[in-house]
Design a protein. Sequence first.
Lengths: 123, 107
Amino acid sequence: QVHLQESGPGVVKPSQTLSLTCTVSGGSISSDGYYWTWIRQHSGKGLEWIGYISYSGFTRYNPSLKSRVTISLDTSKNQFSLNLSSVTDADAAVYYCARVIPRDSFPDAFDIWGQGTRVTVSS
Amino acid sequence: DIQMTQSPSSLSASVGDRVTITCRASQNIVTYLNWYQQKPGMAPKLLIHAASSLQSGVPSRFSGSGSGTQFTLTVSGLQPEDFATYYCQQSYIIPRTFGQGTKVEIK
């Protein structure tokens, strides 16, 4: 059974880069057809999609964050990562990684989620 | 961006009730619509994908319908473990967007 686990610092200083890693167990991150995504949730608020990466490294990002976001794959470690630069208070949230199942070869629903990791922005 | 609007924002219901949540998209998304359930302090859980396909392991009391711009999630016979917040999400175009959520509370 596939399991996802986020890791990274819980506190990031303003203007610095937030870096999170999602470790995938129970399956290969290189499995044909799957995408891997990051989603965040501000405290008490709804869900915001950040971006995704395919098993082959193809990425798409939310235009609202695109200039600051990088998602990458490390197939040797079966991990994918999120880098979000120039953080502000508005980036404080719970960050989730998730697997994206394909539909007609395109990324569709988010079927397996990590437990989430809370990130605070503070000097 | 496609705006996803859920109604109601919250509702009170009793165990055994039939509950319906509506999700409206700001443009046609065909059937690229997914539903999630989230309980406090936990990650969302996929319930329905492609508007009406029940995710493996999800009880059959959950069902989804709709196409185009109007979709519904129905829980037939609400159980104690179903009290949670429900989100719709479109997977038609970038950026993926979610509804604001519907909180189902105990009456």
